[in-house]
Write a protein that binds this ligand. Structure first.
Ligand code: ADP
Length: 609
């Protein structure tokens, strides 16, 4: 691979990785959506649960006297629960206010009989303090846990295991229930996790001790106060279990949230706490991948996406890219089933961006290559054109002359003359080929221009001598007006070709008995070499086009003068390679003047190096 291409692919890799990181940062809602989707997809089968709800539902409220009689019917139900000896009882109601004294006394009496009682406190005053249960209830409790849920976008996915309000820290309700159910006295903290009764709970400090709730595949078993009253035998179901008591009535419960498994419906806070407890009890924790691991996954996918196109082409590249895209979507899910939560949007964007970027880069490079080969083909065609047109003249002369020599019995002098003609024509042919190839190689960057110094006078003398016989045939006078004492630097052969071409064009496109004037003047550090004729001239709009390969003016075509339209394109390339330029002035029917402007030094003699 060329260094430039490699740099291109590296740039695509860097850009897709960086953009993916930014996308991941902005795409939290998408990550959350993907989390919920994976959650539903990876839901485990029914597990043996340890918790049970004792619920205050619509029916209980309606039949047991409504909110006014709440504490009374709760007291009655809890008495029955206490008799069944549960492991712990969690009351998800903030018993902070006084009620009817008779009801409060009944509730107090019931609470006193409950083993492992956990009461609730909630944050008030915008998180400045806790609202606690009344002291008379609180003294009955083995623990007071917070009920604070932290939903994102209305969906409750995780729970802070500890919360601070004012100066007071409170463990989550579910965590306290778990502690009591395990008979543990303390919760032991370390920066990475919490430990309760020998169970390690991953909840890093840097993630605010958040725990993702593993919602069960089925609703937590539920018995309402009304059902319990009607069928006291149901109390047996509470034996040895952790009982969560709370409001599920849609009309009365303020703490209802959506969950990854509840779809558009909401789940009562008490059931969410029960699910959090089940997560702890089952030890089925979902931990977040570290930032480094998440970034490494994105980087690996971006690298794979780029590699697909950097090292393969065609369907193999597309197949590799498809595999990378598939992995980007599957790996987060696969990790999820193993209990590790990776971000979703960042790796998926890394894969898509790298695949699209590298694919586009490959497309562009392939197209550029195609264009290059096409340009080469065109150059080749030009070469063929040149060979067939330009070289035919000398070849015909050589052919004819040699035929003459072999067919007829010629005098010695005639033979010598023809042999000389053959010699000079074949030399001309060889020079033409040499010039053509040199210019081709120069423009393809395959050759360096020669750097010899030569006097301009020598070039003009040689060219005029060669052009004179042509001019004489049309009785055109070649007039050398002025020759500056100047030295040119470059390839002398090529320069001669250029000047000779201007001279032959001047003769070719002029009527008989006219004058072609040649001059070479210096102007500062430049030489102005002009060839001026009194020929057919050119239209203004055609002046720029005559340097294109194969372009011929309509006047030239109409007047029936043969040509190929190649010569001036070669002249222009030669002059440009010598650091010069061509100026043309012309008027139809009045003649043309071609001037080569070339860098030159003053002097007549070239000092030997
Ligand atoms: P060719 O002469 O073989 O056609 P050139 O590349 O040398 O090819 O010239 C390109 C075109 O420029 C010519 O076909 C002609 O139309 C025009 N041209 C060049 N030199 C002259 C000139 N001295 N006077 C008029 N037209 C010219």
């Amino acid at each position: 691979m060329s260094r430039k291409r490699a740099a291109g692919y590296l740039a695509v890799l860097a850009a897709s990785f960086t953009l993916a990181m930014v996308a991941g940062w902005l795409g939290e809602p998408i990550d959350n959506g993907a989390y919920d989707w994976m959650f539903r997809l990876a839901r485990p089968g029914p597990a043996k649960t340890q918790s049970i709800l004792l619920s205050i539902d619509e029916e209980s409220l309606a039949r047991l006297g409504g909110m006014r009689r709440l504490r009374a019917f709760m007291a009655e139900g809890l008495e029955r629960v206490a008799a069944a000896r549960p492991k712990a009882v969690v009351i998800d109601l903030i018993l902070a206010d006084e009620d009817d004294p008779e009801q409060d006394a009944a509730l107090d009496a019931a609470l006193a009989k409950l083993p492992g009682l956990v009461l609730s406190c909630d944050m008030v005053d915008e998180g400045r303090r806790w609202e606690h249960p009344l002291p008379r209830f609180k003294r009955r409790a083995a623990a007071v846990g917070h009920v604070h849920a932290e939903p994102t976008g209305g969906v409750c996915r995780q729970l802070p295991l500890v919360k601070v309000a004012g100066r007071e820290r409170r463990w989550a309700l579910a965590l306290e229930a778990f502690r009591l159910s395990r008979g543990a006295a303390h919760i032991v903290e370390s920066p990475e996790d919490l430990e309760v009764g020998g169970v390690r709970i991953p909840a890093p400090w840097r993630e605010s001790r958040m725990m993702r709730i593993r919602y069960a595949s089925e609703p937590v078993e539920q018995i309402s106060f009304w059902e319990l009253k009607n069928n006291p035998a149901l109390a047996e179901r509470f034996r040895d279990r952790v009982v969560f008591v709370g409001m599920v009535a849609q009309s009365a419960a303020a703490d209802r949230f959506m969950t990854p498994v509840s779809g558009a419906q909401t789940m009562a806070g008490v059931e969410i706490h029960a699910n959090a407890f089940e997560t702890l009890a089952g030890g089925r924790f979902l931990v977040s991948a570290s930032n480094v691991a998440a970034a490494a996954l994105s980087l690996a996918l971006a690298a794979a996406g780029v590699a697909a196109f950097a090292f393969r082409t065609g369907w193999l590249a597309y197949a590799a890219a498809a595999v990378v895209l598939g992995l980007a979507h599957l790996v987060p899910y696969w990790m999820f089933t193993r209990g590790i939560v990776y971000p979703f949007f960042a790796p998926v964007s890394a894969a898509w961006l790298s695949v699209v970027g590298a694919g586009a880069l490959q497309f562009v490079t392939v197209r550029r290559q195609l264009r290059r080969t096409e340009a080469e083909k065109v150059r080749y065609q030009h070469a063929m054109h040149f060979v067939t047109h330009e070289m035919r003249t000398p070849l015909t002369a050589i052919q004819g002359s040699s035929e003459l020599m072999s067919r007829y019995n010629l005098s010695e002098e005639k033979r010598k003359q023809i042999a000389e003609l053959i010699n000079s024509e074949s030399k001309r042919l060889a020079r033409m080929i040499e010039t053509f190839l040199s210019v081709e190689r120069l423009s393809a960057g395959q050759m360096q221009l020669k750097k010899e110094a030569f006097p301009v006078r020598d070039v003009l003398d040689a060219c005029l001598a060669r052009a004179r016989p042509l001019a004489e045939r049309k009785q055109i006078r070649l007039n050398l007006e002025e020759v500056a004492e100047a030295i040119l630097t470059g390839d002398r052969e090529l320069m001669e070709y250029a000047v000779y071409n201007l001279l032959t064009n001047a003769v070719k496109y002029s009527p008989a008995e006219t004058v072609v004037t040649v001059s070479a003047r210096t102007e500062g550090d430049h030489l102005r070499l002009s060839v001026k004729d009194q020929g057919i001239g050119m239209e203004q709009h055609e002046l720029r086009k005559i340097f294109q390969k194969f372009y011929r003016t309509s006047r030239a075509e109409k007047s029936g003068i043969v040509g190929t339209g190649i010569g001036l394109s070669i002249v222009e390339q030669i002059v440009t390679h010598h650091g010069g330029r061509i100026e043309v002035t012309s008027a139809p029917g009045k003649g043309s003047c071609f001037t080569l402007v070339l860098p030159a030094q003053a002097g007549t003699r070239v000092e030997p190096a």
